[in-house]
Design a protein around this ligand. Structure first.
Ligand code: G6P
Length: 610
């Protein structure tokens, strides 16, 4: 949520800042700005709207080799030019960009600002610019002292970057609750809220921890705590190929990411299947077979699509390992004073590895002595660093705000975990071996669905103008329905509700009419007859049915207006394959309605505030 980039070196800062903002735009895209120091002055440009709006008002060439940039997701104050970051103090000395929320703005104003300081914006951030400038002038001494003095009094969360007209070439960055990563270059230094903005320039990274402040100059950096105690920080070397930030010929990042799924699922599985013992091999869990045997319960935590992936994962684990498993909204978890048990395995799921609520749940569990695993996509992210063990998705950067390839990778990893836990218990070699084969076959299954994109597009055209839609699923079809409804809401803005099939008649049926398309997930299982009854109920209310099914049952074709065929496969993995069909359905509805597919209104990809 909000992207920060900062640079100091000997080349022009502006192109680096703008390139960084382009890569960070998924974090927020309602306004953007950059501020560059040149010839004793700070030059600040900012604009409401997307990064392109900012770019259109910039001069052709911007001199200056120290600067900061920001792309915003509004919390305090509407997305206007005035509220866009960077914020500069009244004397034009200090410029600040900030990610997070400051909760004690009023008391900071009273304690740190001269009485007559006029605020130009409605943001919580502007106060920092005035307070740092005022404190630096009053205190004298190095800028970092003034930054620390101010930040010690802040209540809330922040990742900030500060430049000072009177300290050319120096950048101060600090972190408390919102990520800040330093990038070490050759005679230059970078900082950003996400590795994606740095990886093109350097692979030597330093992750700041909460309560740390860093001073950056082109020659290097020092890190201290807010109390000025020195911190020794080790750099990490970013592994793997540089992922290009382009759409690879697709119209949208979302479509590219949907189409990458056969490959990303392959990567999630790669090197993790043990054919000899028909099980999964997940070295990063930091758990021995004996530890796995001691697990009595599993609690999965996540937000948004990660939560729905967790619900599907809980089902997989219960099915294969017969360990009671539930998924819970991470944001709710810590506020209900949860009981943490030593025999429960907690699993936090997050694409970004930075979602504040998921991180807060992890910290609550660890504070009470629980053991937490992480299923994370973003390598080196805060969640990846704080959990006791985990598994990376290796899905590559997911740029589109709505999750697709990370979601299917989450489910794939849950299938591996379920297999592993099952094989430490009652799952036979034969059953395990069947699943291993099916996992290898999963990319082909997904590809089969992708090949139906034209048919799905034509179905989307027929439902895109509906006000409202229902997604219905039974047992493991219900999380599929939840995620399908989520995708449609997020990117097409069509109101969509997911219900367990059995709940339909307990209320929502009152809203089912010929104007409410019903997307029904129909697995070819022994519950098929019950699902057909659900179709009958919907059909009796004249609602158009879109059946997503791997069954050949003729009654489905009779009752449904449209059928999306899913290839037959292992029942445990069918939710993954069916989910892909719903992603395409949402995509084509959004396309038809001319929505901003990759950057839907009001949303941000990485929610680093509460
Ligand atoms: C935001 C995004 C969702 C995502 C959720 C959790 O709300 O808009 O698409 O599912 O955060 O994100 P995470 O990075 O923790 O998976």
């Amino acid at each position: 949520m909000c992207g920060i980039i900062a640079f100091t070196g000997n080349q022009a800062a502006a192109p680096i800042l703008l390139d960084g903002l382009r890569r960070l735009e998924y974090r927020g895209y309602d306004s953007a700005g950059i501020c560059v120091f040149n010839r004793k002055k700070l030059y600040n440009w900012k604009s409401s709207g997307k990064l392109s709006a900012l770019e259109s008002l910039l001069p052709d060439s911007i001199l200056g080799s120290t600067g900061i940039g920001h792309t915003r997701w509004a919390t305090h104050g509407a997305p206007t030019n005035e509220n866009a970051h960077p914020h500069v103090d009244t004397t034009g000395r200090i410029a600040v960009v900030h990610n997070g929320i400051i909760e004690n703005v009023d008391s900071l104003r009273l304690s740190l600002l001269p009485a007559k300081t006029a605020l130009l914006s409605e943001t919580d951030t502007e106060i920092l610019a005035h307070a740092i400038a005022h404190t630096a002038t009053k205190q004298g001494g190095p800028l970092i002292d003034a930054v620390r003095t101010v930040l010690r009094q802040v209540i809330g969360t922040f990742g900030i970057a500060v430049i000072d007209r009177d300290n050319p070439g120096t950048l101060i960055v600090a972190r408390s609750g919102s990520p800040v990563i330093l990038g070490i270059g050759d005679g230059e230094m970078f900082a950003a809220s996400d590795v994606s903005a740095l990886s093109r320039y350097t692979r030597e990274l330093v992750h700041l921890d909460d309560g740390e402040v860093a001073e950056l100059t082109p020659q290097g950096f020092t890190v201290t705590t807010l109390d000025a105690s020195p911190r020794e920080k080790k750099s990490t070397h970013l592994q793997g190929q540089l992922e290009e930030h382009d759409k690879a010929g697709y119209a949208h990042f979302l479509l590219k990411e949907i189409n990458e799924q056969p490959e990303t699922v392959k990567r999630a599985i790669s090197g993790r299947l043990d054919e000899a013992f028909s099980t999964a091999h997940l070295g990063g869990l930091n758990l021995q077979a004996r530890d796995l045997l001691d697990v009595k319960r599993i609690v999965i935590l996540g937000c948004g699509s990660a939560l729905y992936a967790g619900m599907a994962g809980a089902h997989m684990i219960e099915t294969l390992a017969r360990i009671p498993a539930t998924a819970e909204a991470a944001a709710e978890f810590r506020y209900r004073n949860p009981v943490i048990e030593a025999s429960t395995l907690y699993i936090a799921v997050s694409q970004s590895g930075e979602t504040f609520d998921t991180l807060a749940a992890i910290r609550e569990i660890k504070r009470k002595g629980g053991f937490v695993l992480g299923l994370v996509n973003s390598v080196g992210s805060t969640i990846a660093r704080e959990v006791d063990g985990g598994v990376y998705m290796h899905a590559g950067p997911e740029v589109s705000v709505a999750s697709t390839k990370a979601y299917t990778s989450m489910l794939t990893l849950f299938a591996l975990i379920a297999l592993l836990l099952g094989r430490t218990r009652d799952l036979s070699v034969q059953q395990g071996s069947g699943l291993v084969t099916s996992l290898h076959n999963l990319p082909v299954q997904i590809d089969y669905v992708l090949q139906q994109h034209k048919k799905i597009a034509s179905i989307a055209k027929k439902i895109a103008h509906s006000q409202s839609a229902f997604f219905i699923g039974r047992t493991d079809g219900y999380p599929v329905a939840l995620e399908g409804a989520q995708k449609l809401k997020e990117i097409s803005y069509i109101h969509a509700e997911a219900y367990p099939a059995s709940e339909l008649k307990h209320g929502p049926l009152a809203l089912v009419t010929e104007k409410t398309p019903c997307v029904v997930i129909l697995q070819d299982s022994d519950l098929l007859a019950k699902n057909i009854s659900t179709l009958e109920e919907i059909n009796a209310r004249s609602a158009p049915i879109i059946a997503v099914t791997d069954s050949d049952e003729p009654r489905i074709k009779k009752l449904a207006a449209h059928v999306i065929d899913i290839p037959k496969g292992d029942a445990l993995l069918q939710p993954i394959v069916m989910g892909v069909a719903l992603q395409l359905l949402a995509y084509h509805c959004a396309l038809h309605l001319k929505r901003d597919v990759d950057q839907p209104r009001n949303l941000a990809k990485s929610v680093t505030v509460e």
